[in-house]
Design a protein. Structure first.
Length: 215
């Protein structure tokens, strides 16, 4: 009996890449100077019928690294109190390993070679992820260092809009403004949007998998 959450056919769908949706909440816009405060990831899988769907959600609060900048405007926007006694925040290295462990397991079970970050304005999330990896001196980052899937572009193509909340609503998804701007909520909604666009495309123009080779 196979108890895996994952379908190895995924390895052929995106040329050996496993899409993992990531969202970060931060203390500013500079990944080198500003704090990473929340990290969430949604690992995707392929169903037995070939549909893309969320499989696992992972998340943690993150302690600001020593000397990190905390911009008051950024904290007012995301509503995070870094000193809240119930945050149960992890150091950056521990937080990354909390996410990376399950991602590596999913890679193996999905017959994929590397994770590819899916994000809404993905370069922002990848920049903070890569900066935290560098500070933590993690040698085995499962994510591709620069390639991404960006739902801004996909939503602009599919729905004519680029803002996550509006794109989700145009796609027929539920959206709660009170829950937005938390890493876990935004990651799960981005995952739902990405899967919806990919599955609708498959319904119209089925993609013939080309194998898992990478350059």
């Amino acid at each position: 009996m196979n108890d895996s959450l994952y379908n190895p056919d995924m390895g052929r769908r995106f040329r050996g890449f496993l899409p993992v949706v990531v969202d970060v909440e931060t203390g500013g816009f500079d990944p080198k100077k500003d704090a990473l405060l929340e990290l969430a990831a949604v690992i995707l899988r392929m169903s037995a019928s070939g549909r893309l769907e969320p499989a696992e959600t992972l998340s943690c609060h993150v302690q600001p690294f020593p000397g990190a900048n905390l911009n008051p405007k950024a904290l007012a926007f995301n509503g995070i109190d870094p000193d809240h006694p119930f945050r149960d925040a992890l150091g950056e290295r521990e937080a990354l390993q909390t996410i990376f462990g399950p991602v590596r397991k999913a890679l193996k079970e999905s017959a994929c070679n590397r994770a590819i970050l899916v994000g809404h304005n993905a370069a922002f999330d990848l920049g903070f992820l890569n900066a935290a990896v560098e500070r933590s001196q993690i040698k085995r980052n499962p994510f591709h260092p620069f390639s991404t899937f960006d739902t801004v572009s996909l939503a602009g193509l599919a729905f004519g809009h680029t803002v996550l909340a509006k794109s989700a609503q145009l796609a027929g998804m539920d959206w709660d403004d009170k829950e937005a701007h938390s890493a876990i909520y935004d990651a799960e909604k981005t995952a739902e949007l990405f899967c919806l666009v990919i599955n609708r495309w498959e319904d119209r123009i089925p993609v013939k998998p080309r194998g898992s080779g990478q350059n």
